[in-house]
Write a protein that binds this ligand. Structure first.
Ligand SMILES: [Zn+2]
Length: 308
């Protein structure tokens, strides 16, 4: 059998196997459980290089996960996550990311791969193509497009919907929003705030094309004063929504902001919805158009702690 070669093809291949297995047993395939999938699949398909360890271990706080060869030199592999991580969604995504490295990169990295926490969701090109490939694999494995589209069809875009997706696929809410941003025709942006500053941000393609995005490696940018995200002392875990007039957020137009105040690091996750048509042609300057999704780096470089 010819094996896949791209991250998407690997993810589709594995999620189809999971679906066939679960259909045959009358089970719901979601959330996809990475640990048994990784061990069973590798044992059958790569018997000389099986994954025999899937676990949380002590890692430096800078790292979320690792693909590691067995120290015994017997060809076996482990995929591990930092056991300090508590969120089941982050654990599941990390394991899927490491499984992606195993399938795609173990031959070029026989000593294994350590993955920083920023590598896991910041899909910046400068972090290296292999990190972006592992993230693409994880996203397509855990959130297959056909099912994802079914879940959002006809639904209003809300944090409740994103929470539903995060629960269904056992991924972080950030990962669910990134997936949606990658396929939506809407003009929308995800902004991760940390300690009063914009940690990083991502615009949907359509919003980017209308010129509304934060550039990478820009200077440190505070969260807009009037934004929900900048509110001090908000209840952790709470959702809040507001319709802002032009001038609050980036772009000269009204913006609907939906923000979650997260448990870790005073972090905020804001989903910004813009109207579907840019208000002014000034914002649709073709010359200023950034690169498309796979290679763009529309991030703010400031590092104010964890990226989630
Ligand atoms: Zn990695």
């Amino acid at each position: 059998m010819k094996l896949p070669s791209t991250p998407q093809a690997w993810a589709i291949h594995l999620s189809r196997l999971v679906k066939i297995f679960h259909d045959a047993h009358g089970l719901d395939p979601f959330p996809i459980k990475v640990a048994p999938l990784a061990m069973e699949y590798s044992r059958h398909v790569f018997p000389d290089a099986p994954i025999t360890l899937v676990d949380g271990i002590d890692l430096s706080s800078r790292f979320d996960g690792m693909l590691m060869p067995s120290p015994r030199g017997d060809g076996e592999w482990g995929i591990v996550y930092n056991k300090a991580i508590r969120s089941p969604g982050r654990i599941n995504f990390t394991l899927a990311h490491e499984l992606g490295h195993y399938l795609l990169h173990r031959h070029i990295s026989p000593a294994g791969i350590q993955c920083s926490n920023r590598a896991m969701l910041d899909w910046r090109s400068e972090l290296g193509a292999i990190e972006a490939q592992a993230n693409t694999f994880a996203s397509f494995l855990l959130m297959p497009l056909d099912d994802f589209r079914c879940q959002i069809r006809g639904e209003d875009i809300s944090l409740d919907l994103m929470r539903h997706l995060s629960d269904r696929y056992e991924v972080s809410i950030t990962a669910a929003i990134l997936k949606w941003l990658g396929i939506t025709e809407r003009r929308a942006m995800l902004v991760i705030g940390s300690n009063g500053f914009i940690d990083w941000a991502r615009s949907s393609n359509r919003l980017m094309k209308s010129g509304v995005f934060y550039r990478a490696r820009q200077q440190t940018i505070p969260l807009p004063e009037q934004s929900l995200a900048a509110r001090q002392g908000s209840v952790v875990g709470a959702f809040a929504e507001a319709d802002h007039p032009r001038g609050v957020w980036l772009g000269d137009e009204d913006v609907r902001e939906m923000t979650i105040f997260s448990h870790s690091n005073e972090m905020t996750i804001s989903l910004l919805l813009y109207s579907n048509d840019a208000p002014d042609k000034r914002w649709a300057n073709e010359l200023d158009e950034p690169e498309e999704w796979d290679t763009y780096d529309q991030f703010v470089a400031g590092n104010h702690g964890s990226s989630r």
